[in-house]
Design a binder for this molecule. Structure first.
Ligand SMILES: C[S@@+](CC[C@H](N)C(=O)[O-])C[C@H]1O[C@@H](n2cnc3c(N)ncnc32)[C@H](O)[C@@H]1O
Length: 310
């Protein structure tokens, strides 16, 4: 998950002051409506709209089990409601985004800072792509192994870099509407939280998305093969070709519109166009069952509307 789970880099578009713009009462209404919808559907990173269950006091609603073809994975032990807080976890360590020494050398410096139990938790995680000729006798064996584990399991810890979270790391991947949980780094608490974005039935696997899956199946599978060494057979990737093509079109459309929307911050498209795009992304997302990032969309709508109001 190194550069990936961190992936949707969630590039925050900074609102640019723009000249006032008439006729945006409608936009404000749309934005207000979007915010209301987001309260019900959107993952918000500050978590204030979510259940405040104290995970230290309540039993966790899932178990980590072996899942054929996937290694370990996480299964719900009861019905989970949308918006429920599932994880709140501190990183074992964070690898900074900018480093000035080779990554394995850095891992060699990080390892001695870990306690025995932290080290055990790290080395218990799965990994792909260990250097092929690496032997246990090699002086940098542990550092190379720690690096491979970090690359497979790392999740973005905001501006600080990529963190390793041994519990959240057990979540397997699903594309588009196949994933039912999202994670967010909470800067203030320096913790990663995971929330359910849709109801999850007892016995169902809890899945997250390792990267922005708004792209066609062929590309998604190629990406997962390259970075995580598996062929994705999630519910969306397993659809018959004819259905998959419709889904691919919708996902690509959403991604293209998202890219176009990003141009508003550069002053390249007008506010009403931006609001139109947000509505369209929302609508196509509903057809696709892709609910992630609705909080972000609603916030974008509010930003656009406010910046154009009198
Ligand atoms: C971050 S780990 C997830 C937990 C891992 N299954 C374990 O046993 O610890 C990522 C690895 O899990 C496996 N994996 C994740 N999602 C999968 C999926 N949908 N199908 C098959 N394997 C998957 C792949 O081997 C991948 O490299």
């Amino acid at each position: 998950m190194a550069q990936t789970k961190q992936k949707p880099a969630k590039t925050k578009q900074q609102p640019q002051p723009r000249k006032s713009y008439s006729g945006l009462l409608l936009a404000l209404l749309v934005a207000a409506f979007s915010v209301l919808l987001a309260i019900f559907f959107g993952p918000w990173s500050n978590g204030s709209l979510y259940s405040t269950t104290n995970l230290n006091e309540t039993p966790r609603p899932y178990n980590v089990v072996d899942i054929p073809g996937k290694g370990k994975g996480v299964i719900a032990t009861r019905d989970i409601t949308r918006g429920e807080l599932l994880y709140k976890e501190s990183p074992l360590f964070i690898v900074p985004s900018q480093i000035s020494i080779p990554p394995a050398e850095l891992m060699g410096k990080i390892l001695p800072t870990l306690s025995k139990s932290q080290r055990a938790a790290l080395f218990n995680l799965s990994y792909v792509r260990l250097p092929p000729n690496l032997s246990k006798a090699d002086h940098d064996h542990d550092a190379q192994l720690a690096l491979a584990i970090t690359q497979t399991n790392g999740i973005s810890a905001g501006t600080r870099g990529v963190g390793v979270f041994p519990n959240v790391s057990r979540l397997n991947h699903g594309c588009s509407r196949a994933f039912n949980a999202v994670y967010n780094w909470r800067e203030k608490e320096q913790k990663l939280v995971v929330h359910a974005i849709r109801p999850i039935k007892e016995g169902q696997e809890i899945l997250t998305a390792y990267f922005d899956t708004r792209r066609p199946r062929r590309e998604r599978r190629a990406y997962l093969q390259e970075h995580y060494d598996f062929h994705c057979t999630c519910a969306v990737c397993s659809m018959p070709d004819v259905v998959s093509e419709v889904s691919d079109d919708r996902l690509s459309q959403m991604q293209n519109m998202q890219n176009e929307l990003a141009q508003w911050a550069q002053g390249k498209i007008e506010g009403d166009k931006a609001i139109h795009l947000i509505n369209e992304i929302w609508w196509v997302g509903s057809l696709e069952g892709y609910w992630s990032q609705r909080g972000r969309l609603a916030a974008d709508a509010a930003t656009v509307a406010l910046s154009h109001s009198e």
